[in-house]
Structure formats: C-alpha cells, structure tokens
Write a protein that binds this ligand. Structure first.
Ligand SMILES: CC(C)(COP(=O)(O)OP(=O)(O)OC[C@H]1O[C@@H](n2cnc3c(N)ncnc32)[C@H](O)[C@@H]1OP(=O)(O)O)[C@@H](O)C(=O)NCCC(=O)NCCS
Length: 157
C-alpha cells in the first residue's frame, strides 16, 4: 500500500537519489540539500513501506500563486496512479492554504489536463518563477516545456 506523508529532513538524501536520473534527463531542476531543507514543508512524499517511490512539491510564490514542481515517481511504480495522487494532494494543499492559482511547467500536458489544468502562454509565466527557477535551468531561455494553470479556491474571499 502506498502512503502519502510530509517528509522530514532525513528524507532529503533519498529524495535526491530518486530524482537524480530525471535531473540528468533535464525533466526536473536540480535542488541541493540546503534548498530542499528550506522548502521541506512544500513536499509530499509517496512511500511504499519504508521506500520513497515518488514526491511532489507545492511551492508558494505569492499570496495567490503557487506551483507544482519536482513531480517524480520511481520508474518501476509509474502508470499506476501515484503521480496523479500526488498532483491531487498538491491541489488540495493549495486549496488549504487559500491560494488562487497553481502553475506547472511540464512535458506531461495530458496528465495535468486530467485535473483541470489549462495551457497558458509562456509570456504570462510570472517573473517570480523566471527569476527563481528558470534561469537555473539548462534549457533556459529556449524552454520547450508547456505552461499550464489551474484556478482553485474560487469560493474563498
Ligand atoms: C510524470 C510522472 C510523475 C507520472 O507519474 P505516474 O505515477 O506514472 O502517474 P500516473 O500513474 O498517475 O499517470 C500516468 C499515466 O498512467 C495512467 N494511469 C493512472 N492510473 C493507472 C492505472 N491504475 N492503470 C493504468 N494506467 C493508469 C494515467 O491516466 C496516466 O496516463 P497519461 O500518461 O495518458 O496521462 C512520472 O512519469 C515521472 O516521474 N516522470 C519523470 C519526471 C517528470 O517528467 N515529471 C513531471 C514534471 S512536471
């Protein structure tokens, strides 16, 4: 059975090992231990027993905008719903915090559209994202990822 929990500092090394290949593939931006420690509360981790098999981060950029980033599932666990469950839980967390919009930059447009995300023009990606992350990416400024957003929390003040 897969369980979904908030990670602790001691999980960071295992999370980095899990994501290493995708960092090499250029699918996920590398994050060092110090950066992961400062943002540890943004992560949700999927465990199978005592093995980390996936994780996601919901990073808050502004009082309205957050972003799903670093979504990864161990290759041997893919296509069984873990990635989708992590996305769903990140959306719930965005709702919990009263945010309005979730952004994602991804090659997996279909996966996110299933959760109601819509493609947006790259020009509308907020500057906070560009300056915090995109400039560190090996694909910058020629980015072929697709930007999508989901509006949440529409019933809140
Ligand atoms: C993207 C990624 C996290 C998806 O994880 P996952 O656990 O395979 O995700 P899911 O199983 O929820 O969904 C994957 C597909 O399996 C399908 N699926 C979900 N549950 C399923 C089940 N029980 N049986 C069969 N298929 C299923 C989904 O509908 C989805 O189909 P799609 O590819 O047509 O959209 C994973 O492929 C990965 O780590 N990729 C490398 C890193 C990366 O690209 N990250 C994205 C950055 S935004």
């Amino acid at each position: 059975m897969i369980t979904y929990i908030k990670p602790i500092i001691q999980d960071i090394q295992k999370m980095q090992q899990l994501v290493a290949q995708e960092v090499k593939n250029g699918n996920i931006l590398e994050r060092n231990s110090a950066e992961m420690a400062t943002t540890i509360r943004s992560y949700i981790v999927a465990y199978d027993g005592d093995v980390i098999v996936g994780f996601v981060a919901l990073h808050i950029h502004t009082i309205t905008l957050c972003e799903i980033r670093s979504l990864v599932v161990d290759e041997s666990y893919r296509n069984s719903g873990i990635g989708g469950e992590l996305i769903q839980r990140a959306i719930s967390e965005g709702n919990f915090y009263g945010l309005k919009t979730i952004l994602v930059l991804t090659y997996r447009q279909n996966l996110f559209e299933k959760f109601g995300f819509h493609v947006i023009a790259k020009e509308s990606i907020p500057e906070t994202k560009i300056w915090a992350d995109c400039i560190k990416c090996k694909h910058f400024p020629i980015c072929d990822e697709i930007a999508l957003t989901l509006n949440i929390g529409e019933n809140k003040e």
